[in-house]
Structure formats: C-alpha cells, structure tokens
Write a protein that binds this ligand. Structure first.
Ligand code: HEM
Ligand code: HEM
Length: 175
C-alpha cells in the first residue's frame, strides 16, 4: 500500500499540474497581453503539460475502457466522453495554431498558412475546450476538494508529528 507521504506528494503534484494547466490556458486566451511569439511557444509547451496530465490519469482512462460495458454509472460515462471530447478539441487548437503559426514554424525553417478557416477552427476549438473545461472541473469538484483537504491535513500532521505515519488513504478516485 502507498504511504500517506507519497499519496500527499502525488496529490500536491497533481494539483500543481492542474493549476499550471488552468493558468496556462487562461494566459493563452490573452493573445494581446502576451504577443504572438509567447502565445505560440507557450501553447506548444502547454500541449506537453496536458499530455502529462493525461498520463497521470491514464489508469482511470484505461480502467474505464477495460470495464466499459460493466460500468453502471452514467456520470463515469459522461466524464469519459467529456475527456475524449476535450482531448480532441485541445489538440485541434494546437494543430490549427501550428499550421498558421508566425513564429513556431518559421523557427523550424517552415512557413505557416494564412487562412481564415484555420483561424475559425482555432477559435471554435478554443470555445469548445472552455466549455469542456467548465464541465470537467464541475464533475471533478468533489475529487479536487478531497485532494486539497487531504494534502493540507497531511502536511499539518507531518509538521506536528515526528516519526512514520500509518499506511492509509488513496488519492481522490485516482488510479
Ligand atoms: C486545461 C485543461 C484541463 C484542466 C485545467 C484539467 C484539470 C483537472 C482537474 C482539476 C482534475 C481533478 C483533479 C485531479 O485528479 O487532478 C482533472 C482530472 C482528470 N482529467 Fe483533466 N483537466 C484538463 C484537461 C483534460 C483533458 C483534455 C483530458 C482528456 C483526456 C483530461 C483528463 C482527465 C482525467 C482522465 C481526469 C481524472 C479522471 C476523471 O475524469 O475523474 N483533462 N483534470
Ligand atoms: C491551448 C492553446 C491555445 C489557445 C487557448 C489559443 C487561443 C487563441 C486565441 C483566443 C486567439 C485569438 C484569436 C483572435 O484574434 O480572435 C489565438 C490566435 C492565434 N493563435 Fe492561438 N491558442 C492556443 C495555442 C496556439 C498555438 C500552439 C499556436 C501556434 C504554434 C497558436 C497560434 C495562433 C496564431 C498564429 C494566432 C493569430 C491568428 C491571427 O490573428 O491571424 N495558438 N489563439
């Protein structure tokens, strides 16, 4: 069984990663504030952060597919559908962005395409991802609160107590 310490560290890491994703996604919507160069490179970097986020939850996704016909919980199916939709929408933003890029592709010796359609896809995929994100955070709210309170409780226990803590809890519904 995992120790409380490693569960607490994993929770903190997941929360930090989620915070970076959320803040990064917000920043990428402020193109006028960042300028196009930061926008493009930060966008590509965020794609890797998202891949890490998905990798950290891979067990949950794999379990859902493995037990697909045996799961009798509509919310779980909804979460999975939302995750798939979000993943496609997110990478539609990245791919359309790269194709019309003014800094990223030129840095690789290639040139981006100037197309109104690509820009439209970029914007539509951004709006779809925002909608997914709101629902994604709502359906995971219970888990987020549980992870936050457990991390805080364990850290304050670590501060006051010395020696080993007993084996215990698992992170909020994570594999
Ligand atoms: C900006 C984008 C995103 C943000 C800010 C975000 C944030 C979060 C948060 C706060 C949680 C709950 C706490 C945790 O377990 O870490 C979570 C869980 C999860 N996220 Fe995301 N997420 C994003 C995009 C995505 C996308 C596109 C996918 C697609 C595969 C995804 C897949 C998952 C999975 C599988 C879980 C855990 C299982 C479940 O749905 O309960 N996330 N995410
Ligand atoms: C999650 C990631 C991203 C989000 C949320 C996002 C969002 C946006 C938004 C809201 C705009 C403003 C559109 C307008 O002027 O109304 C924009 C413009 C743009 N984005 Fe992104 N973007 C992302 C990633 C990327 C990436 C990775 C690239 C390229 C490598 C990119 C390239 C561009 C370009 C070139 C424009 C300017 C289009 C123009 O005005 O001609 N974006 N993006």
């Amino acid at each position: 069984m995992k120790s409380n310490k490693s569960v607490s560290r994993k929770n903190l890491f997941l929360l930090l990663l989620d915070g970076c994703l959320l803040a990064g996604f917000w920043l990428l919507n402020q193109v006028r504030l960042t300028g196009i160069v930061i926008h493009e490179w930060a966008g590509v970097a965020l794609a890797f952060v998202l891949l890490l986020h998905v990798a950290m939850h891979w067990q949950w996704i794999a379990n859902m597919f493995r037990k697909f016909l045996r799961v009798r919980n509509a919310l779980q199916y909804f979460k999975l559908a939302l995750d798939i939709f979000g993943f496609i929408a997110f990478f539609a933003i990245i791919i359309s962005g790269i194709l019309m890029s003014k800094s990223f592709l030129p840095a690789l010796g290639l040139s981006g395409v100037h197309s109104r359609n690509l820009k439209m896809i970029h914007l539509m995929a951004t709006n779809a991802t925002i909608a997914m994100l709101v629902l994604h955070l709502l359906v995971n709210l219970k888990g987020i609160i549980r992870m936050m309170t457990r991390s805080r409780r364990l850290r304050s226990r670590e501060k006051s107590a010395s020696g080993n803590l007993p084996d215990g809890i698992d992170p909020a519904g994570l594999g």
